[in-house]
Design a protein around this ligand. Structure first.
Ligand SMILES: O=C(O)CCC(=O)C(=O)O
Ligand SMILES: [Fe+2]
Length: 208
């Protein structure tokens, strides 16, 4: 029997509570991941992705020394069926986190990301002066049959605030969900050797 949505949300909540990060293989059913990957790839082929920037709003700039992925933001109102279903799963997760951890998460913003061979994202935090509303990072990987030799792993430093000590190296395998406290955990995307796709987003608090 497959694990219920409720149980999987609980795994994420407990991971965030106990260590501030969590990696959940098979967060989605295989076919759901495949459908999302197909939707993302169709949008990529339609030319709907843009070079990702660093910073926000007027301060946003392209910095290819820092990150080389391309992104397509998820816009409510123009989502595929699979994208809408994933947003519903994230809404269940948002409510579970709020009920258990009292983080006051208000909404979610997110984008597909494509890392072409050679692309990377240098070590960074997702919550900083310009992005104080981002409290929890949630990444869903969409790469069926990803192998360690394909590179593109997420390197996630496990000690809050630390980017020198212990780190986990996580493969961006189809259906794997990684969540962490956006202001605590340094992370980077190691250079990909194959095209690597994901949906990255943030549960946000209001204002700030
Ligand atoms: O795709 C990943 O593994 C991480 C992406 C990331 O760190 C970001 O977009 O802020
Ligand atoms: Fe990040």
């Amino acid at each position: 029997m497959s694990t219920s949505h409720f149980d999987l949300s609980s795994v994420v909540v407990e991971g965030l509570r106990e260590k501030g990060w969590v990696c959940v293989p098979d967060f989605l059913e295989h076919f759901e991941g495949v459908q999302l990957a197909e939707d993302g790839m169709a949008a990529w082929e339609d030319g709907d992705f843009r070079k990702a920037g660093v910073g926000r709003g007027a301060a946003k700039v392209i910095r290819e020394d820092i990150r080389r992925d391309h992104v397509r933001w998820l816009e409510p109102g123009s989502m595929s069926a699979a994208e809408s279903r994933y947003m519903e799963r994230l809404e269940e997760l948002r409510r579970a986190i709020n009920q258990q951890l009292f983080l006051g998460l208000f909404d979610f913003e997110g984008h597909f990301a494509v890392y072409q061979p050679g692309a990377f994202y240098k070590p960074h935090l997702d919550r900083h002066r310009e992005t104080m509303d981002r409290v929890v990072t949630v990444i869903l990987y969409l790469n069926d049959g990803w192998m360690p030799e394909h590179g593109g792993q997420l390197k996630l430093w496990t000690t809050p605030g630390d980017k020198l000590g212990e780190a986990e190296i996580l493969d961006p395998q189809l259906g794997t969900l990684v969540a962490f406290l956006a202001g605590d955990h340094w992370h980077e995307v190691l250079p990909a050797h194959e095209t690597r796709m994901s949906i990255t987003g943030w549960f946000r608090v209001r204002g700030s």
